[in-house]
Design a protein around this ligand. Sequence first.
Ligand SMILES: [Zn+2]
Length: 302
Amino acid sequence: MAVPVDGKTNGPGIVWPGRKRVAVMVTFDFDAEFLRISRAKSKGTGIGFTDYSRGQYGPHTGIYRCLDMLDTLGVKATFFVPGAVVETYREQVEEIHRRGHELAYHGYLHESVRGISREEETANMEKAEALLESVTGRRPVGHRGPESIIHPFTPELLTERGYLYSSSMKDCDYAYLWEKDGRTLPLVELPGDITMDDFTYYYFTFSDPAVRSMYTNREVYGNWKAEFDGLAEEGDKIFVLKLHPQMIGRASRIAMVGELIAYMKGHGAWIATCEEVARYVLEQEWEKNGEQDSPGKGGALK
Ligand SMILES: [Zn+2]
């Protein structure tokens, strides 16, 4: 699972479409109550009745503010959706698709456990992929591990299942291609960081006394804007904003995110879905290698 950082991949030095300064992906983990259920399970704790309702704020209210904000700004986003959320909140998931956003894989029950077998994970993927396909009519091409947990076999498994990208790692600020046994896989990694994750600033629960924090929206805006400005200055980087409708979907917070996206649009951002960015990165790789094949058609990268 070596990460190529030697400049052979389309990470450092990439030129974005229209010579934009930075590729920005607005992403949402639409977890509903399954975020807190799986988190409590992995931490060996339980969750209270109102913790469920905190999660349910996402599908009941937050998601609609997120979608309206995106429509207002004319931005398409990527939503990572567990299979169980498709089963429980199908109407909301259909609405996300209807408004033109990308749906991608995020576990079946938002399983945030380490050490599961390849067979178990394959079964989760089969179930969740079928549910997403029942909404969109096509298989998902993107993957984010619940709580960003992926397994040693995940990159190769994703390649075998026709995925174009993963977005779970935190190891750099640019898109890169995975390697396995010295071979480059046709799988793009779109790394993020907790710096650009609303969970870091807004996750709150009474069930875990260690997690009772809350930042002001101005502080969060300041952090995100400064991170964006720095990456835009460097020129070949990506900025993956990771949001949860149950946290960011509050009236004051969604207004802040809208303000940030408007700022980024005006300051050199190429705002695209994760799929669009992954396809672009793969196309650059194919061109560099002189391949005639195009991404997604199964051509092997050198
Ligand atoms: Zn999640």
